[in-house]
Design a protein around this ligand. Sequence first.
Ligand SMILES: CC(C)(COP(=O)(O)OP(=O)(O)OC[C@H]1O[C@@H](n2cnc3c(N)ncnc32)[C@H](O)[C@@H]1OP(=O)(O)O)[C@@H](O)C(=O)NCCC(=O)NCCS
Length: 170
Amino acid sequence: MRTKTPSESRTIMTDMVLPSETNPLNNLFGGELLARMDRAASIAARRHSRRITVTASVNHVAFNRSVPLGSVVTVEATVSRAFNSSMEIYIDVWMEDRISGEKVKANEAIYTFVAVDETGTPTEVPKLKPETELEQQRYDAALRRKQLSLVLAGKMKPNDATELKALFTK
Ligand SMILES: CC(C)(COP(=O)(O)OP(=O)(O)OC[C@H]1O[C@@H](n2cnc3c(N)ncnc32)[C@H](O)[C@@H]1OP(=O)(O)O)[C@@H](O)C(=O)NCCC(=O)NCCS
């Protein structure tokens, strides 16, 4: 299986915030943003693996800034690390200033997708080779995020989360 780069999976989705997608403060409803991020991440996972992919976990979401009605929102999803059948997808969300066109970072999130075959059984994915400094940083930290997610899901014993434990003992 050919090793791939993050740029091969990068998925950029740009859309507006419409009235039906807002909360009572006229900002983008959180669940709507989660769905947009899930969709972009799903495409990135598919581009990396060329398989059917399912969301296994939402590892982290930070709603740092509200996104007002009418905003142009760009969701950028990229595979940040591939394991055996699972892939970590890093998602950056940007808002575009209406007057200047300047892009401001609004939110970010980290999802885990798993590649499966037609019966839903996890299947192997290509390895990932980071190219930029940021891609390398995200790649390096992905293993401890995977271990944290598995511990929280009750799928790994805390004692076995060696990479995660090292964070606290260094
Ligand atoms: C995701 C799913 C395929 C995992 O199946 P499973 O029986 O737990 O399979 P495994 O234990 O072999 O795990 C498969 C991979 O997922 C990873 N994984 C499973 N749960 C995880 C979690 N909570 N966080 C991070 N990784 C997880 C495992 O570490 C493993 O990764 P690896 O192969 O890269 O080492 C299965 O739980 C599933 O189909 N869930 C429903 C998915 C879905 O419908 N999503 C949409 C929600 S509406």
